[in-house]
Design a protein around this ligand. Structure first.
Ligand code: URA
Length: 237
């Protein structure tokens, strides 16, 4: 890998900025100053320092975001702000993307990574990775709904969903529920409730596989996953 790309990936700025750091003689590879940005290095074999500080090599980035409403789960969009627009520039260098989609008005747990293999496994319909949502429903959610969700629900397009595990937290004119599903059809949670004559008025994802939303993250905030969480995600898929 070229040394300028390596440094850019590690968060030392754009390729142009990194070129300047190199030119200024601030970069050493195994103790030798390297000024040429075209020099190739094997980051697993050499020690690179910038102004004496060891550069930690990372290939993958794993971020957990508490997605705010009004922002779309995409890498770019001509009209709307995307979740990637909310990242600091040093976190976009490794070109992460959101794993799956939450609707524009949905909040909560969104994994953002550049690990294509993990993303593929988490999203693969064959893997049935469970996703849990908290929702506020207009209308009284009943034990019948719970039974119906367990059987799978027939959506507006005739698709019969896999069983959903519905937990009623509070039932009334407005009900609070948690629903766990193992698929990710378009607007699935909203459409499942529509099919039983009810409307989702607030939706938030709280869990994906074994990864829980860190409730200390405010809307729009994100953080790196811990090593433990990365392991948990990999075993979920
Ligand atoms: N189901 C929905 O209806 N919307 C989402 O954003 C996620 C699941």
């Amino acid at each position: 890998m070229r040394v300028d790309k390596f440094l850019a990936n590690a968060g030392y700025g754009s390729r142009k900025e990194v070129k300047k750091i190199l030119k200024d003689g601030l970069v050493q590879v195994n103790g030798v100053i390297v000024k040429d940005s075209k020099v190739h290095i094997d980051p697993t074999l050499v020690e690179v320092t910038v102004q004496g500080e060891l550069v930690i090599y990372r290939e993958f980035i794993y971020l957990m975001m508490n997605k705010p409403p009004g922002v779309i789960s995409a890498t770019e969009d001509i009209h709307d702000q995307t979740v990637i627009d909310l990242l600091e520039s040093m976190d976009t260098v490794l070109e992460p993307f959101p794993v799956g989609r939450l609707d524009k008005d949905t909040e909560g747990l969104l994994l953002i990574t550049n690990d294509g293999q993990l993303a593929h496994q988490l999203l693969s319909p064959k893997k049935h990775v469970p996703k849990t949502y908290f929702a506020v429903i207009e209308g009284e959610v009943t034990e019948e709904d719970k039974k119906a969700f367990k059987q799978g629900i027939i959506l507006d397009d005739g698709y019969h969903t896999k069983p959903g595990d519905l937990v009623i937290l509070k039932s009334g004119k407005r009900s609070d529920i948690e629903l766990t599903i193992t698929e990710g059809k378009f607007h699935q949670v909203k459409r499942m409730f529509e099919a039983v004559g009810k409307k989702v008025i607030y939706l938030k994802r709280i869990q994906m596989g074994q990864l829980h939303l860190d409730e200390s993250l405010n809307l729009g905030e994100y953080r790196d996953l811990t090593e433990e969480e990365i392991k948990l995600l990999k075993t979920s898929s």
